[in-house]
Write a protein that binds this ligand. Structure first.
Ligand code: ATP
Length: 249
């Protein structure tokens, strides 16, 4: 099933066109990797999927983005949209509060006050983010005392706590060491059973390891997309081949 359908999407920062006629479908319960050289529009594209670009002045967007068949720019409330489409950023950005409060933050904002219910959500989210065993004895200590890799998994737990359907990840491991990176990659593999995941990565090996589908961007255009094995081993476009084999970028 198609979870997201993007049709003829253009995005302008003032006069500069950063996305050009993007057409792309995202399958439910799959991992899509967005690859391409610096400045080609990957982050801009991922941000159009939960309307994060709305916050930037001078941005103009044309075309449609459908989530479960609904136009997110016309038919969906932004608060509802952000609940359905969670985001994890490049640098782990836990709030300066306890581990527990970080995870409980979203559910509390959405009106959950019951202590027992919150305890349940916090534990479930930390288990799902493969962090529970490492933090269960320090739930009420500051999240800033965790390692970078633990902080990133905490940010994933914080995202899971609001029960999203889609998770956007913008280079989630680029600030992490190899072992933390491996843990996040294993986690992505687990999470795709339940969620639809879109990940921006500069790391070809990572795209190859974690994704089912790959989309290659260049200068604001989507050059090609398809099953990762096909795009990697049998690219249709010469530019995709050149990028994947490291000839530029
Ligand atoms: N807030 C902004 N205002 C104006 N131009 C922007 C803004 N954000 C990005 N751009 C421009 O849009 C283009 C695409 O940038 P974007 O960050 O989406 O690329 P990217 O592929 O994610 O790059 P990287 O891999 O380096 O993160 C670039 O030319 C960039 O300079």
């Amino acid at each position: 099933m198609k979870k997201i359908q993007v049709r003829d999407l253009d995005l302008f920062y003032g006069e500069v066109q950063a996305l050009k006629k993007i057409n792309l479908d995202v399958e439910e319960n799959s991992v899509l990797a967005l690859i391409g050289p610096s400045g080609c529009g990957k982050s801009t594209f991922i941000r159009t999927l939960n309307r994060m670009n709305d916050l930037i002045e001078g941005v103009k967007i044309k075309g449609t983005v459908l989530l479960d068949g609904q136009d997110i720019y016309k038919e969906v409330d932004v608060i509802e949209l952000r609940k359905k489409v969670g985001m994890v950023f490049q640098k782990p950005n836990p709030f300066p509060m306890t581990v527990y409060d970080n995870v409980a933050y979203g559910p509390r904002i959405h009106g959950i006050k019951d202590k027992k219910k919150l305890n349940e959500i916090v534990e479930m989210s930390l288990v799902a983010a493969a962090l529970w065993d490492e933090v269960k004895d320090r739930l009420h200590k500051s999240a800033l005392g965790l390692s970078g890799g633990q902080q990133q998994r905490l940010c994933i737990a914080r995202t899971l706590a609001i029960e999203p359907e889609v998770i956007l990840m913008d280079e989630p491991t680029s600030a992490l060491d190899p072992i933390s990176t491996m843990k996040i990659e294993e986690l992505i593999d687990e999470l795709k059973n339940k969620y639809t995941i879109i990940i921006v990565t500069h790391n070809m090996q990572q795209a190859g390891r974690v994704s089912d589908y790959t989309a290659f961007f260049l200068n604001g255009e989507l050059i090609e997309s398809g099953p990762t094995d096909r795009v990697f081993y049998n690219p249709k476009d010469k530019r995709t081949e050149d990028y994947i084999t490291g000839r530029f970028g």
